[in-house]
Design a binder for this molecule. Sequence first.
Ligand code: NDP
Length: 464
Amino acid sequence: MSVMTPPGIKTPGDYLENVMTIVKAKNPAEPEFHQAVQEVFDSLRLVLQKHPEYRSSKILERITEPERVFMFRVPWFDDRGEIQVNRGFRIQMNSAIGPYKGGLRFHPSVNLGILKFLAFEQVFKNSLTTLPMGGGKGGSDFDPKGKSDNEVMRFCQSFMTELQRHIGPDTDVPAGDIGVGGREIGYMFGQYKRLRNEFTGVLTGKGLSWGGSLIRPEATGYGCVYFAAEMLKSKKDTLEGKLCLISGSGNVSQYTVEKLLDLGAKPLTFSDSDGVVYDPDGINREKLAWVMELKNVRRGRIREYGEKFKKAIFMPTDIKLEHNPIWNIKADCAFPSATQNEIKAKDAANLIKNGCKLVAEGANMPSTLEATKLFLEAGILYGPAKAANAGGVATSGLEMAQNSARLTWTREEVDDRLHKIMIAIHKNCFETAEKYGTPGNLVNGANIGGFLKVANAMLDQGLV
Ligand code: NDP
């Protein structure tokens, strides 16, 4: 399909609409990708007025087209000796400012459109971190839940046997995401090293004794809370004593709760795909340690929290409900940390009605476009994912720097750098929002701030 601009397209709004039509036509049945592009385009209206060069160089047509997409067969034997076949993907979206960088997701819902949305978001997020990283994402429709360690290992080895052709420490450096933690990174790193005979920083999220960085497991959750603290600071407020809702119970959720406790807040909830636990007494360090053991060692379900801690209430997932009960609990702050589109318009309305003052997105694109609009209209503090959860990939960037230098930094040094990066991201988003005439709108701040650096690098590098 050509990217010629039809006659009659004059205003930035017309141009954006035209490119959006092309994106939808070229990427049919990929609603999450359309949503992620639409959200960025809504902010870019403000930029195109001032910068016609982006339009004449067709930056938007180019930035929405992945540089490269791989889709491949992943065959493996299960424990019964049966052959299983999954589909693997890697999207290399944009390398204008550095090697492709972004996580791998293993979840049955994974498809091309979901990974394209994640890779697209990653381009802007990585740009905001201040580090030299392009954007990519990958994964598989493989479900690690209920699989033995040996099955997970055989799958990871087969996945990496193909992926290794396309990645490398100066080309593309994957990390973890949903369903990919330390165990999976270990199996994939081992297979890469075996096939390539190279010990390099080709993956991040590695174990501490073989090239990993301190604070990488904590980074997304800690970073999200640092970002929330900056948002509150802009209103001369703090997290001290704030009642907080956290969805999910994986990597991001666990370390969000840990940092909230450090800063004196009161976390109230966890969830997984089976339901929500609400603990009116608050989740303290002892309960958090129990959840970490449940999820990371025993790989159990969050409903067990309700059985273990008697005052906690477990609300099973009810697909007939038009809202998620977690977002209807009275609280000051919300940290969606599970998955995309987990806050719909009704959920956003419930949060606002119950007096929620702040939403900081640990998950990627957890709010629908309608929910985002409601948050912005209500004027609450709203930290969009590509800014608020950028601490994870930023610390992956720090892991890459340590690997290149063959050094390891202390916990304090990495945490201090992460904290400073989150402060810098907030400042960039806050100031960019003001500069473009929408003070307080961190969605515009993040989209525009992330876009400008990548778009300018693309202009510098010519038509590639
Ligand atoms: P984990 O796999 O560790 O945890 C994911 C959690 O979310 C689990 O509790 C899981 O429950 C729940 N969840 C996942 N999918 C669904 C679903 N469709 N419906 C309901 N619950 C669901 O992943 P992470 O904590 O790493 O990732 C969480 C989010 O944070 C994702 O959006 C990810 O893209 C984002 N993110 C992660 C980063 C990282 O460094 N890990 C960096 C930046 C963003 P269940 O076990 O039942 O599936």
